[in-house]
Write a protein that binds this ligand. Structure first.
Ligand code: ADE
Ligand code: ZN
Length: 299
């Protein structure tokens, strides 16, 4: 196996700062779009994505940032990247949800040398009827590889069940952000109520031996994003991150960035930090890449 896999990457949190500066002249994009080290929580972190959402409201901007993300993946050694976004957040200037997805698809298709896939995000704070519309769009299109639930984990996922049932009925795979700000119960809900095959982050699963057994038994991939997890205080420090323990315990651990700009990271930076903190070498990185390869949604 050669080449990296990135399964958990948000388009709106991964816009190059130089591009943001271009699209939002006069805005101090570093101050507005990069979460400071003391941001301290997921709900404190998420507003740093807003400045990108303000400008990603045209087909040109969406196509550009998708293309640049695929270029950044290639430069970061990524051979397979799955990008996620909530198209319903890009309709403020009148674009339809389908036009948003068309633009992102076109941007990704413009880059060779990296396989890409699209995941659509439902959002915990939105009305479940919006999630249902996003799921219906996802199953209707042939360029969408999966469905996600993102946003502030202080809100439950269960109200969005109908959207996820629709995805299951159509055979569309599902990942859910859980076990990041909230505890093991949020991961159980993602598995048992929403039918997740992968868990976004999931790092708080370490609080429950029964949950770890279930994740291992069903080979559920954990999309950990170590540097982001430290920023949002899902873990107190990288040294306290369970990624190494979970990998050694035989869980399907994968490593992604979450947000290349908001969390100021890359896979190069993630694996450098893991080498430094846990003494990882080529063997650990190979196992993580094999885990991710086994968990891809995009065909
Ligand atoms: N959207 C962008 N990053 C996120 C995260 N880490 N958790 C939930 N929603 C997000
Ligand atoms: Zn995420």
């Amino acid at each position: 196996m050669s080449g990296r896999y990135e399964l958990h990457c948000h388009l709106d949190g991964s816009v190059r700062l130089s591009t943001l500066a271009d699209l939002a002249p006069g805005v101090d994009v570093r101050a507005r779009a990069v979460a400071p080290p003391d941001v301290g929580s997921l709900h404190g972190f998420l507003p740093f994505i807003d400045v990108a959402l303000d400008v990603l409201q045209t087909p040109e901007a969406l196509e550009r940032v998708a293309r640049e993300l695929a270029e950044d993946w290639r430069a970061d050694g990524v051979v397979h990247g799955e990008v996620r976004f909530a198209p319903q957040l890009h309709t403020r200037a009148g674009l339809s949800v389908d036009a948003v997805i068309d633009a992102v698809s076109a941007g990704l298709a413009a880059v060779t040398g990296v396989r890409t896939g699209l995941l659509l995000c439902c959002l915990r704070h939105q009305d479940p009827s919006v999630s249902l519309e996003i799921a219906a769009t996802a199953v209707r299109r042939d360029d969408v590889a999966g469905l996600d639930l993102a946003g502030d984990e202080r809100r439950p996922g269960a109200p969005h069940r109908e959207a996820f049932d629709l995805a299951h009925a159509a055979g569309l795979p599902v990942t859910v952000h859980a076990g990041e700000a909230a505890g093991p119960d949020s991961v159980w809900e993602a598995l048992d109520v929403l039918g997740a095959r992968r868990i976004g982050h999931g790092v708080r699963s370490v609080g429950s031996a029964a949950l770890l057994s279930r994740l291992r038994r069903d080979a559920i991939a954990l999309e950990t994003c170590p540097r982001c997890n430290v920023l949002t205080r899902a873990v107190p420090s990288l040294a306290a991150h369970p990624v190494d323990q979970l990998l050694r315990a035989g869980l399907r651990v994968t490593v992604s960035t979450d947000t290349r700009t908001t969390a100021d990271t890359s896979l190069d930076a993630e694996f450098a930090a893991l080498r430094e903190t846990f003494g990882w070498g080529p063997d650990e990185e190979r196992r993580v890449q094999e885990n991710a390869a086994a968990a891809v949604f995009a065909p």
